[in-house]
Design a protein around this ligand. Structure first.
Ligand SMILES: CC(C)(COP(=O)(O)OP(=O)(O)OC[C@H]1O[C@@H](n2cnc3c(N)ncnc32)[C@H](O)[C@@H]1OP(=O)(O)O)[C@@H](O)C(=O)NCCC(=O)NCCS
Length: 381
């Protein structure tokens, strides 16, 4: 019998608490329920800086001057238009495919058409960063138009990222409150420490794969219902429950059967997710405006019921569902809107990883067998 020595330490399931990278980009203080983008508390940024300013901050570790912001905004708007081949590819996707599948594949296709496709240098990566940030919302909006058999719209150079997205989605520019809510939603989803999709992006980048490959990995990772896919399930739950008076029974029934309530709980936050504080407020305002007060009321009752029953709090996905719904975004697009925002953070982390890279390659604890006897193919029964 062969002797085998295991050098591996104990497995940390789900890598909980494992510190895998240094970062200057964002910090999630789970104990105190605080989130910082490059040192700025999210409560100070929300409603005081735009999404574009926050992206600049995440990419440069400082807020832009007015001139830098204007330049950045015009660079983004100038690159929002998609290559014709990518629109064609979107048109060819099966109507039954999920928007996250289309987004994942479109980001991958974009990589082949990128003018800097063969260049993985710092300057080229900065150019790719701006293009990707600009192109992702356009992919989401274009897919929606294609699915509705309506013409794909080009971006309006006078609108910022958030308003442009709603314009390209609906075919009309949003009013001021809608544009502001959209911008806030994008700002609040932009980065969040070493979450699963950001980790996936950093792992891909650590192999010195190109930025589009890393973003493709990130989009695929965000899709799952334990991560960005939760917001879509939240709106399904709200419609499934139907009325405030049904909430208690529904939630207690789900918990009794051992189901998780989508939009609740978090690996890091043990108290209220600070992003939920802002989204709850925005959800209330937008639901009122859209005549959807009942959805806000059901959400609020769910929050109270889950807190009382399990002591867990809503995460970013819970109130973002009603905000997106009130903005007229179809539910199957919710996670791709999350991706359009989180692209900012993914890119920041990819650039940071490239800047001080070491291959990310953990180990595993082998729990299989040893010394098995090989039976030739012809003799296997
Ligand atoms: C986010 C999430 C994946 C974190 O997972 P995690 O850190 O591995 O935590 P666990 O799944 O081990 O949960 C710890 C405990 O809280 C409970 N819990 C966590 N989230 C819950 C939820 N949404 N509904 C009900 N119970 C939940 C678990 O059942 C577990 O209870 P137990 O110790 O009695 O078994 C998890 O909270 C979840 O699945 N939430 C729903 C999906 C969601 O909203 N995802 C978006 C995240 S931003």
């Amino acid at each position: 019998m062969e002797e085998h020595v295991h050098h591996e330490r104990e497995v940390t399931r789900g890598l909980e608490g494992v510190c895998a990278a240094e970062t200057r980009i964002s910090y999630v203080d789970g104990v105190n329920g605080q989130l910082y983008y490059s040192g700025y508390n999210i409560h100070d940024l929300a409603e005081r800086v735009s999404f574009a300013e926050a992206v600049y901050l995440l990419w440069h570790d400082r807020l832009p001057t007015a001139k830098e912001l204007a330049e950045f905004r015009s660079q983004v708007t100038a690159t929002m238009r998609l290559p014709a081949q990518v629109i064609k590819a979107i048109e060819l996707t099966p109507p039954s495919s999920h928007p996250m599948d289309v987004l994942r594949s479109s980001v991958s296709i974009l990589g082949m058409f990128d003018p800097d496709a063969q260049d993985n240098g710092e300057a080229a990566n900065r150019r790719k960063a701006t293009r990707l940030l600009a192109e992702i919302p356009t992919i989401v909006a274009a897919l929606h138009r294609v699915r509705k058999h309506e013409p794909v719209l080009s971006p309006d150079p006078h609108l910022d990222i958030a308003a442009n997205f709603l314009y390209m989605l609906h075919g009309r520019a949003p009013d001021e409150p809608a544009a502001r809510a959209m911008d806030l939603l994008l700002l609040l989803h932009a980065d969040h420490g070493l979450n699963a999709s950001t980790f996936a992006a950093r792992v891909a980048a650590s192999t010195e794969a190109d930025m589009h490959s890393a973003l493709t990995a990130a989009v695929g990772t965000l899709k799952g219902r334990l991560h960005g896919g939760a917001n879509e399930r939240v709106i399904e739950m709200l419609f499934g429950i139907g009325g405030v008076e049904m909430v208690q029974d529904y939630i207690h029934g789900m918990l009794a059967e051992g189901h998780k309530i989508m939009g609740f709980g978090h690996r890091v936050y043990k108290t209220e997710d600070p992003r939920a504080t802002h989204l709850r407020r925005t959800s209330e305002t937008l639901c009122q405006r859209a005549g959807q007060e009942h959805l806000y009321e059901i959400s609020h009752r769910i929050e109270q019921t889950v807190k009382a029953a399990k002591g867990i709090y809503p995460n970013v996905d819970f109130y973002s569902a009603t905000v997106q719904h009130a903005l007229g975004i179809p539910k199957e697009f919710f996670t791709s809107v999350f991706a359009a925002s989180r692209a900012a953070g993914w890119i920041a982390h990819i650039l940071e990883q490239y800047g001080d890279n070491r291959l990310i390659r953990p180990t595993s604890k082998y729990v299989g067998q040893y010394g098995r006897e090989l039976v030739p193919l012809a003799e296997r029964g």
